[in-house]
Design a protein around this ligand. Structure first.
Ligand code: ADP
Ligand code: MG
Length: 324
C-alpha cells in the first residue's frame, strides 16, 4: 500500500539527526519551537537542488540526501557558524520507499555527524526538488563576512580544487585513469562541509566564502564586497592527483579556477595571523593552503607558474547567464 504523506514524514524524517536540548518541539506541529542561545547570532541559509539542474534524476539517493544538507552546512561553515537545525522541503514525483529510505539515510547521517536536528519541513508531489534551510549559531565577534578583506591579507583555501568539476567531466564521458575515479566521484557526490575549519578560523579570518561556483567567481564576491583586488598564484593552488594530471595534460586551468561543487572554503587573513593559521592548519583534517594576496588594485590577477599573467579567466556558473 502506498505510504501517506504523514506516514512518510513519521517514518523517514521525524527522528532525523542528533537530538538537541534547544529543540522544544520538532517535527509534528505547525511550527518547530526552538531556544536559540541568547548571546549568539542566528545564521540562516537555504539551498535548493533541482533534478536535471543540480543532479541527474537517477543519482544515488543516499548521496543526494548527504549533498542536500552538505551544501547548506558549507554556507554555515563559511560564516564560522556552528550548525544546529535544518528544515527540509521535499517535492517528489512519487513516494518511492527505497528512494526515501536511502535519501533520508544520507541526510540524517550527515546531520548526526554535525549535531544537527531536522526540525520540520514540507512534503509535496511534483517534479523532484529538494530545499533545505539550515540554521547555526555564531558569536558576533567571530562571524566571517564577505566584506572584511583588507589589502595585504593572505588568501587561503581548504582542501583541493577542481575535483568535483573533473568528476562531472568524467560523468559526461571524459576518460580518466580507473584508479583515480572513485576519489573524484566521491568529491562530487559526497562533499565535506568544512565546518571545523570555519569554526577554527572564525575570529581570525577577515573574510570567508564557500567555493560552490568556482574560486574565481567566489573569491570575486569577496573582492567586490570588500572593495579590493587580488593576485592568485596558480602554482600554489592545491590540486588532487587527478586534477593536477588534467591541468598538466591540457594546460586548462578552468577546473581548479571555475568549476563548481567543490564546497571548500576561501578565507582571507591578516599576515599577522600567519603563524597562528599554520598551527591551526596542523589540527584540521583537510589541507589549508596559501594561494594569493589581497591587493588595493581592483580586479583579479592570476599568475602562471612561469610568472606570466594568465588572462583567459573562465566564468563561474550562473543559472541565469545565457548558455548556462
Ligand atoms: P502544515 O500543514 O501545518 O504546514 P505539514 O502537514 O506540512 O504541516 O507537516 C506536518 C509536520 O511535519 C510539520 O511539523 C512539518 O514541519 C513536518 N514535515 C513535513 N514534511 C517534512 C519533511 N520532509 N521533513 C521534515 N519534516 C517535515
Ligand atoms: Mg499547519
Amino acid at each position: 500500500m502506498a505510504l501517506s504523506e504523514f506516514d512518510l514524514i513519521a517514518k523517514y524524517f521525524a527522528a532525523c539527526g542528533a537530538p538537541r536540548a534547544d529543540v522544544l518541539l520538532g517535527v509534528g506541529d505547525d511550527c518547530a519551537l526552538l531556544h536559540p542561545p541568547p548571546k549568539s547570532l542566528l545564521a540562516l541559509t537555504t539551498d535548493t537542488l533541482v533534478a536535471g539542474v543540480h543532479f541527474a534524476p537517477g543519482v544515488d539517493p543516499e548521496s543526494l540526501g548527504h549533498k542536500s544538507l552538505a551544501v547548506n552546512l558549507s554556507d554555515l561553515a563559511a560564516m564560522g557558524a556552528e550548525p544546529a537545525w535544518a528544515t527540509l522541503a521535499l517535492t517528489l514525483p512519487q513516494a518511492d520507499e527505497s528512494w526515501l529510505e536511502a535519501f533520508s539515510r544520507g541526510l540524517c547521517q550527515l546531520a548526526k555527524t554535525h549535531g544537527v536536528r531536522l526540525i520540520g519541513g514540507d512534503t509535496t508531489r511534483g517534479p523532484m526538488s529538494i530545499t533545505i534551510q539550515a540554521a547555526g549559531f555564531v558569536s558576533p565577534e567571530r562571524v566571517m563576512r564577505r566584506s572584511g578583506a583588507q589589502p595585504g591579507d593572505l588568501i587561503y583555501v581548504t582542501g583541493t580544487l577542481g575535483d568535483a568539476g573533473l568528476a562531472l567531466l568524467a560523468r559526461r564521458g571524459r576518460h580518466l585513469p580507473m584508479a583515480l575515479l572513485p576519489g573524484i566521484r566521491r568529491r562530487l557526490d559526497w562533499p565535506t562541509p568544512r565546518i571545523a575549519a570555519g569554526k577554527a578560523l572564525a575570529g581570525i579570518a577577515s573574510a570567508a566564502i564557500d567555493i560552490s561556483d568556482g574560486l574565481v567567481g567566489d573569491l570575486g564576491h569577496i573582492l567586490e564586497a570588500s572593495g579590493v583586488g587580488a593576485s592568485l598564484f596558480l602554482d600554489l593552488l592545491p590540486l588532487g592527483e587527478a586534477v593536477a594530471d588534467y591541468v598538466a595534460a591540457t594546460d586548462d586551468w578552468s577546473l581548479p579556477l571555475a568549476a563548481g561543487d567543490d564546497y571548500e572554503l576561501c578565507l582571507t587573513l591578516s599576515a599577522d595571523h600567519q603563524e597562528q593559521v599554520e598551527a591551526i592548519a596542523q589540527t584540521l583534517d583537510c589541507r589549508l593552503t596559501w594561494v594569493g594576496l589581497i591587493e588595493r588594485a581592483k580586479g583579479l590577477r592570476c599568475v602562471l607558474p612561469d610568472g606570466k599573467r594568465f588572462d583567459r579567466l573562465p566564468n563561474s556558473y550562473d543559472h541565469f547567464r545565457a548558455g548556462s
